[in-house]
Design a binder for this molecule. Structure first.
Ligand SMILES: [Mg+2]
Length: 166
């Protein structure tokens, strides 16, 4: 049976000190600093924008602290299953996340970064698209994410995916 194990990054595989900064479009001043969880549900006003510079910083990724799920990732990787990362971060940090996983002897097939540096996307919908494609390519997809909406949408894919809210 061909299985894929798909992990979200922030607060699923790892915790970091990264915050999304909310800035004023007028002054550029920092108005707020959001955790990944807070960011998921934050609605920008017209006079604000997101500053993702900390999430682009490789230093923050290299210093990420693994959660216990790293053990599962390692175990399934050692069993020759395909491991993927599916993150709300932008694609330009994919390499840094891969490198971080190499440090735990896990080589992901691919790191999908479905987010954007300068606009807020519908992350749950973007994640569902990737998972739908993977569900077609594998007999069974296991998906782990700490965000409820991501999990709810993933469950809509139906047969072929097992979703775990962590
Ligand atoms: Mg997360």
């Amino acid at each position: 049976m061909k299985k894929a194990f798909v992990f979200d990054f922030d607060d699923t595989l790892a915790t970091t000190e990264c915050r999304v900064i909310v800035r004023s479009s007028i002054t550029g001043y920092q108005l707020d600093r959001l955790t990944p969880a807070e960011f998921n549900s934050y609605e920008l006003t017209k006079l604000e924008y997101f500053d993702f510079s900390e999430f682009r910083s490789e230093e923050f990724i290299h210093n990420a602290v693994p959660t216990t799920l790293i053990n599962l990732a390692k175990e399934v990787y050692d069993e020759d299953h395909s491991v993927y990362v599916l993150t709300a971060r932008a694609d330009n940090v994919a390499e840094a996340i891969s490198d971080w996983l190499f440090g735990f002897d896990v080589r992901p097939v691919h790191v999908y970064g479905v987010g954007s540096d300068d606009k807020k996307c519908d992350i749950a919908a973007e994640k569902k698209k990737v998972l739908t494609t993977l569900a077609q390519a594998f007999d069974l997809v296991y998906f782990y994410d700490d965000h409820e909406e991501n999990c709810d949408l993933a469950r809509e894919i139906g047969n072929g995916i097992k979703v775990y809210l962590v």
